[in-house]
Design a protein around this ligand. Sequence first.
Ligand code: NAD
Length: 261
Amino acid sequence: MGKLDGRVILVTGAARGQGAAEARLFAAEGARVVLTDVLDDQGEALAAELGRDAAAYVHLDVGTEDGWTAAVAAAKDAFGRIDGLVNNAGVLRVNELVDTPLAEFEAVVRVNQVGAFLGMRAVAPELMAAGGGTIVNTASYVALSGMTFLTAYAATKAAVVGMTRVAAMELAGRNIRVNAMCPGAVDTAMTNPALLDPDTDPAEVAEAADGLYRKVVPLARIGRPEEVARLALFLSCEDSSYITGQPFVIDGGWLAGVSVL
Ligand code: NAD
């Protein structure tokens, strides 16, 4: 018996990183997963690997209303209904406040904040029709604490936590639970862009970053996408049946405080 047997769950940004780890784990736990992303080749390849009975890939730019309408229709075509959503797609831009162009700020808002809003708004009616369900939003530890050079990103992730609380209250009566994950640093292309650059050695970049995480993270390492996927699973299955409206920090202890060890 899997923890998600019979459930149909749509995951955004599922072509790589944490979204891909979530899609893999959910499929292994018996869900049928609708993988969505703008990276179509990678998304299609992962869906094919998981198998047609367990997974379907649909192109979706989360910042577009039409995209959501089409993705929800395609998910229902593939598996008949939707009873879970993981809003995972996100982008990071690193810039000092005074140097951040408005267009850059708005681009981050469009994906991280508007994307999560449109996703909840498009999928909630489907969850109601299915008799209930779960929504897991992906915020960040910078939703709860500041970090230099992340004005736009931190703003959007705080907004995701705010929307999570409101949606949880509004949807509780329809048997829909809404929670947010607040990961610290996780080992994906977002934290190690060298993974995407053939001219850089990802291991070298990871080693430099390692020194930083050893200093500031009590558990002394970066997180793994699979570890965040296990939190997404917990929040998407019956194990969390009495939990809604909460941000869950998963950061190796980074936010616990200042350590002098
Ligand atoms: P990633 O860059 O590997 O994955 C992000 C995914 O989102 C990619 O597949 C990308 O194609 C997709 N995406 C980007 N823009 C999109 C759009 N407009 N429409 C649809 N898909 C889009 O990074 P990740 O670490 O796996 O990030 C997953 C989530 O976790 C993001 O919301 C990110 O902000 C959040 N997060 C990451 C970290 C970290 O340290 N990696 C920490 C806290 C929170």
